[in-house]
Design a protein around this ligand. Structure first.
Ligand SMILES: Nc1ncnc2c1ncn2[C@@H]1O[C@H](COP(=O)(O)OP(=O)(O)O)[C@@H](O)[C@H]1O
Ligand SMILES: [Mg+2]
Length: 401
């Protein structure tokens, strides 16, 4: 391939992420440009796979970002712009719009970044969502509080990580919190608290079709883990179960409703304890965080980052097909650990496919053809982790999912 035939992919990364995406683009013969931040320039980027690296102090100033990338475009034919992190998703869309690059533009991306936008659109297309109201008109908020019994969740429209989310018990508390938020309040939405289990579907779509969707259930709901501490875990569901079938259908409905074309997604659902129905919670146009992608790879052999690279390269006009895959069952268990570098060597079952190395964290990724075996190990490891490693801190400032 001559230099000019090579597809040029610009990766936007405001955090150190996406190594496998970058490597796959390079393996597929693309030129890879990495635009990242000065303060993370010395991280362990896969430099052999990066043709040129560009740095900015931050991506906050959209105008500045557009100017920088337009300047790069004078000497590079940029064919694809791909965000590595959730915070880069809308930046990438704005840049695509400006450079007229293929891929999701501003209006589609909005559905994947703004929890209010995804809610309104999913509801308008007839999908089950928790009752909600925008934090805009006070009459509407009063009407909502009169109609929907508390508690309610007040959540930022754009943030991930269950961080800025607050559980609200009564109207007085809400008005007090809104008062404190002042002009920032319109960046929140208020919704019904639906008690129940939280599920996630991690998927690959191409040409508006969902080609791969893996159903999982978290142990304790992520909100409870972030707020109260405790073990974070998730496991693959039986793919032929009634629950999985309902999830697949709702998930496909969400992708259709939000006009998703191609890429990877991480979507979450709650199954109401009260009526057994699934509700759409949120979705994101990116690979799942918190090592959930490792769980998917352990259970299926599919690496979401690498497949995403192939899907982006194929784009609107190329071809993509899913590689052969397994249908094993996976699980992930992670705990904040008292020890700086906890030793998990006493856990030696052959189902352990990965040990997570992260300061003050103990974590294992498991896989087995047997769901019973995975359930058994998760139960046993959960008890042992609680004794040997678990540390509980006040709510953390890190991203969960
Ligand atoms: N309406 C709700 N009812 C019950 N729990 C909720 C609701 N919304 C959020 N949660 C809890 O908060 C967590 C984070 O909420 P989510 O909307 O997924 O935002 P984030 O982007 O922070 O992950 C969920 O995984 C769930 O545990
Ligand atoms: Mg979430």
């Amino acid at each position: 391939m001559s230099q000019s035939d090579r597809l040029t992919v610009l990766c936007l990364a405001s955090v150190e992420k996406g190594h496998e995406f970058i490597q796959e683009c390079s393996r597929q013969g693309c030129r890879v440009l990495l635009l990242t931040l000065e303060r993370i320039k010395d991280r362990a980027w896969p430099r052999d796979s990066i043709d040129e690296m560009f740095l900015m102090p931050n991506f906050d100033d959209l105008q500045g970002l557009i100017h920088t990338v337009s300047y790069l475009a004078r000497s590079h034919q940029i064919d694809r712009i791909v965000p590595m992190d959730d915070y880069d998703v809308d930046r990438a869309a704005a840049l695509r719009e400006h450079l007229r690059c293929p891929g999701m533009g501003d209006s589609t991306v909005r559905y994947f970044r703004d929890k209010l936008a995804m809610r309104v659109q999913a509801r308008d297309e007839g999908l089950g969502v928790p009752e909600f109201v925008a934090v805009l008109n006070y009459d509407r908020i009063r009407e909502f509080m009169a109609r929907v019994p508390p508690p309610w969740m007040l959540k930022p429209r754009m943030e991930a990580a269950a961080l800025g989310i607050k559980k609200i018990d009564d109207a007085q508390e809400l008005w007090r919190v809104l008062d404190g938020l002042g002009d920032r309040q319109s960046y929140f939405l208020l919704e019904e608290y639906v008690p129940g289990g939280v599920y996630h579907v991690d998927a690959i779509s191409f040409k508006k079709e969902v080609l791969f969707a893996e159903p999982h259930r978290y142990g304790a709901p992520p909100f409870d883990v972030v707020q109260k501490g405790g073990l974070f875990n998730s496991r693959t569901l039986r793919r032929d179960s009634e629950e999985a079938r309902e999830l697949f259908e709702l998930h496909a409905g969400v992708m259709r409703a939000l006009r998703f074309v191609h890429g990877v997604t991480h979507s979450e659902f709650i199954k109401s304890e009260k009526n057994g129905k699934f509700y759409f919670l949120e979705t994101a146009a990116r690979v799942a965080g918190a090592f959930l992608a490792n769980l998917v790879e352990a259970s299926t052999g599919v690496n979401l980052w690498r497949e995403w690279a192939k899907v982006e390269i194929a784009g609107n006009s190329g071809e993509y097909s899913l590689p052969p895959r397994r249908h094993d069952f996976g699980a992930l268990i992670i705990s904040l650990a008292r020890q700086e570098w906890p030793d998990t060597s006493a856990y030696a079952d052959p189902e352990i496919v990965q040990r997570i190395r992260k300061e003050h964290h103990a974590g294992l990724v498991l896989a087995s053809p047997s769901k019973e075996r995975i359930d058994h190990l998760l139960g046993e490891y959960g008890r042992r982790f609680a004794e040997e490693f678990l540390m509980t801190l006040p709510p953390r400032q890190t991203r969960m999912t």
